[in-house]
Design a protein around this ligand. Structure first.
Ligand code: NAD
Length: 430
């Protein structure tokens, strides 16, 4: 029987628990989200009709601090997906030692079908519905798939209207002019870049000899492709929801990104217009991109992309998970047997939440940092944790994924134990 996404996510916990001593109370605690909110959001459409959208916000665990996590706008969003994403956020914040618990949100819709005004009314309606559930010291939303700076700006403004005060720290990933942080737009990719640059030399890989394929050409995927391309990696394929492009001699990623930004889609690029003139390329499906004979594969789109169905066909030697949950636990076992190194999402894509943390700190202190300061602090934090996870992996003979969960679990267990269970008896909550 196929496991649900959430059960599959929790399987990683079971694997890591083989190596970690933890109280039964703490283990039980980590198996359930603290609270899950489902809301119906009424939106007046441009044609005068009323549509109701389903939205969610899940706070998984707040033992280590206020909860933190992005909001996704996508047709496949379900409560279960949001719970899984909130679970991963809990571990990611612990792995990076951020003073946050994990959360996530989402609305089930295809945002490409809404006008800008409809999108704004929906986004403000979402905040109306969850305003009592969030706050700078409670739960702090951020961008995720198909949400961006503009939407975070609407979120913050709506929250301020409701609360009648200016609270920039309630949302991260905001526009700079509204208290956003320099470097937040590239943070997820920059964090992944630092991890890749730290890990590949351990396998004697240098950029000039390393080919890369990136699935997903959005905020995270486009930037990681460009950062790698800039230092000499040969990025031979990229894709988005409509399909992908492949060029054996490597793509000029900056041109592809600028082209996509100006044309708002990659489709036009397949057979006409500027990029086609710049590089020789062929069209490739997302499915085939995953099976390319490259050194490094970077899934940067959605979860469940590499499963037991296609894991046998993966030829890459290294997978860096920029997306959340792109490799299932069944695929993990197949890849491990094939000798493929999988560097897990809860480390690789943690640059986003780390710079979100920096943004929250800057908002609360009122002192703003330069781009160099942001990137330097990100580098220090993510490289230090990557090295610790590498050490755990090497000393226990565990996969990098299990090592990352072990690392996160140790911190979570410590916090849960320190907090104790007194409040279970006092008020039935935690
Ligand atoms: P985005 O909306 O900016 O981009 C998503 C990209 O994926 C788009 O290019 C889209 O066309 C593409 N895509 C959608 N469906 C696809 C499919 N079936 N096959 C191939 N491509 C597809 O989103 P993002 O912020 O870049 O997020 C991408 C992934 O990174 C998600 O898993 C997200 O949870 C994760 N992530 C994002 C951040 C962040 O700060 N934005 C942080 C950590 C993790």
């Amino acid at each position: 029987m196929t496991k649900s996404l959430f059960d599959d996510a929790k399987q990683r916990l079971d694997l890591a628990l083989k190596y970690v001593e933890m109280s039964e109370d703490a283990i039980e605690h980590l198996k359930y989200p603290k609270s899950s909110l489902t809301v119906s959001i009424p939106v007046r459409m441009d044609n005068g009709s009323l549509r109701i959208f389903q939205g969610y916000r899940v706070r998984y665990d707040d033992t280590r601090g206020p909860t933190k996590g992005g909001v996704r706008y996508h047709p496949n969003v379900t409560l279960e997906e949001v719970q899984s994403l909130a679970f991963w956020m809990t571990f990611k914040c612990a792995v990076l030692n951020l003073p946050f618990g994990g959360a996530k949100g989402g609305i089930t819709l295809n945002p490409k079908e809404l006008s800008r005004m409809e999108l704004e009314r929906l986004s403000r309606g979402y905040i109306d519905a969850i305003a009592d559930f969030i706050g700078p010291d409670i739960d702090i939303p951020a961008p995720d798939v198909y949400t961006n700076q503009m939407i975070m700006g609407w979120f913050m403004d709506q929250y301020n209207i409701i609360k009648r005060q200016i609270s920039p720290a309630v949302v991260t990933g905001k526009p700079l002019a509204m208290g956003g942080s320099l470097g937040r737009d590239t943070a997820t990719a920059m964090g992944a870049f630092y991890v890749i640059e730290k890990m590949l030399p351990k396998f004697q890989k240098i950029p000039q000899d390393t080919t890369v394929a990136v699935q997903g050409f959005g905020n995270a995927g486009a930037w990681i492709a460009e950062l790698l391309c800039n230092v000499g990696y040969k990025v031979v394929a990229v894709s988005d929801s409509q399909g992908g492009i492949y060029a054996k001699k490597g793509l000029d990623i900056k041109s592809v990104r600028l082209y996509k930004e100006s044309n708002r889609g990659m489709k036009a690029m397949y057979c006409q217009d500027t990029v086609c003139d710049i590089v020789d390329h062929q069209v490739i499906s997302n499915e085939d991109l995953l099976k390319l004979d490259v050194d490094v594969l970077i899934p940067a789109a959605l979860e469940n992309q590499i499963t037991e169905k296609n894991a046998h066909d993966i030829k890459a030697k290294f997978i860096f998970e920029v997306a959340n949950g792109p490799v299932t636990s069944a695929a993990d076992r197949i890849l491990e047997a094939k000798g493929v190194y999988v560097f897990p999402d809860i480390l690789v894509n943690a640059g986003g939440v780390t710079v979100s943390y920096f943004e929250w700190v800057q908002n609360r202190s009122g002192l703003y940092w330069t781009l160099e300061e942001v990137n330097q602090r990100l580098w220090e934090k993510i490289v230090m944790e990557a090295e610790k996870i590498w050490y755990i992996s090497q000393s226990l003979g565990a996969s990098m994924r299990s090592a990352a969960y072990i690392h996160g679990l140790n911190r979570l267990g410590e916090a849960i134990n320190a907090k104790g269970t007194r409040d279970y008896y006092v008020n039935g909550g935690r």
